[in-house]
Design a protein around this ligand. Structure first.
Ligand SMILES: [Zn+2]
Length: 407
């Protein structure tokens, strides 16, 4: 089976996850795919193939050398985004793409004018949708690449490698992919999620993240008799919001710049609640931002009386760079693997979080490598077959280089 056939089989399964659900996995249809994939891994000769009741699928490719080398892993998620239908996907292959508009179906066109990324793939074979669903390259392309790499390594015994672990998980798209991941059972020194976008992407920096919940207590008095007595929580909420820097919001920042983001305000005269998220790549600046929020609350209390404003700041996740920095060989290996396979690396900070960040803080350093898909979470999603092959080559090369790696 080639990588394309494998991928096309995977996207026949509707594996959409759901934010509303309380179960694990969030949708039972995900397990149907996990069962299918389990059988495929067994058929392809992997060892220790194990699917737990939460939908986490683990397997091993045994090493073929005697020396002790680090055990490494590759991970991708099999759920698709709740933002767009993943049912009844009808993939189409555009052979030798010529750089013009692609007619997905009657009246639905994927155009390089709107999606200039298409032009990076002229001459390649693109897998596109029929314009009514997402494609699911996020992240079934990652799965196809990992499985194909494991098959390739078994067929090419001349490539020496240590023990390789693979894992496939549900519910990444609802932020729960790492929650039930058994890092101990996985037993790797480090791993990679194959969940990035276009060819060359390599990510190992993400935001530090916290939430801040501000509660403001007002005093309601008949407006006709309110002078000197009323404290209007509505007005105080507006005052608080104004204290935060105007040019440090999501809409005014990019790259490594952090922000305060006001998600919502609920307010009346007696009670106001402001809901913020705080983001920064830099840990120190992140701590400063949290501190600043607390200071704003204090200032308001000095002005309006103790207990008027209460701020509760809670950390959500941290920048994995902190965990990767002391182990830069984890990144160097990828850069070398990309170089050896003719892929130009594109390293950029993530303005969000990843499963890999959570795994890194659970003790498994885990950067993110491209899977090749573009325009995730919508009907214009596509993946080039050549991109998937490049990702597969990178995986094979990382396995090979790790065997030659000495601490
Ligand atoms: Zn993904």
């Amino acid at each position: 089976m080639d990588i394309t056939e494998r991928f096309l089989n995977y996207v026949k399964f509707d594996t959409q996850s759901s934010e509303e659900s309380q179960t694990v996995p969030s949708t039972s249809k995900q397990l149907l795919f996990a069962e299918y994939l389990k059988k495929e891994l067994e058929r392809e000769g992997l060892d220790d193939v194990e699917l737990d009741e939460k939908g986490y699928l683990y397997a091993t490719l045994k090493g073929n050398i005697k020396e002790e080398v680090p055990t490494i892993g590759f991970i991708s998620h099999y759920d698709t985004s709740p933002d767009c239908s993943g049912a009844d996907i009808k993939p189409q292959i555009v052979q030798n793409y010529n750089g013009t508009d692609i007619l997905l179906s009657e009246g639905i066109i994927s155009s390089p004018k709107k999606f200039p990324e298409l032009l990076q793939h002229v001459g390649e074979d693109l897998i596109v949708t029929d314009g009514h669903t997402l494609l699911g390259a996020d992240d079934k392309a990652g799965i196809a690449e990992i499985v194909q790499a494991m098959v390739y390594l078994q067929e090419h015994k001349e490539i020496k490698h240590g023990k390789i672990r693979v894992a496939f998980n549900p519910d990444e798209e609802i932020g729960m992919g790492a929650h039930h991941f058994d890092v101990e059972k996985f037993g790797c020194e480090w791993a990679y999620t194959m969940d990035g976008g276009d060819v060359g992407e390599l990510e190992f920096e993400n935001f530090n993240a916290a939430s801040a919940k501000i509660t403001i207590k007002g005093v309601s008095v008949h407006p006709g008799y309110a002078k000197g007595k009323m404290i209007n929580a509505n007005a105080l909420a507006a005052e608080f919001a104004k204290m935060l820097p105007e040019d440090e919001t999501p809409e005014t920042t990019e790259g490594y710049q952090g922000f305060y983001h006001l998600l919502g305000i609920q307010s009346n005269i007696e009670l106001a609640k402001l809901n913020y998220i705080i983001r920064d790549h830099d840990r120190e600046k992140f701590e400063d931002r949290k501190h600043f929020i607390m200071q704003c609350a204090e200032k308001m209390n000095e002005k309006y009386g103790e207990g008027t404003v209460e701020a509760v700041v809670s950390d959500q996740y941290y920048n994995m760079k902190e965990k990767i920095d002391p182990q830069m060989h984890v990144i160097d290996l990828v850069l070398r693997a990309m170089q050896d396979t003719g892929v130009a690396p594109k390293v950029s900070p993530i303005r969000g979080g990843t499963d890999g960040a959570q795994l890194s803080f659970k003790g498994l350093p885990c950067p993110n490598i491209f899977a090749g898909g573009v325009n995730f979470h919508g009907p214009y999603e596509f993946v080039s077959i050549q991109s998937m092959e490049k990702a597969m080559n990178v995986i094979v090369k990382i396995c090979e280089l790790t065997a030659g790696y000495n601490d």
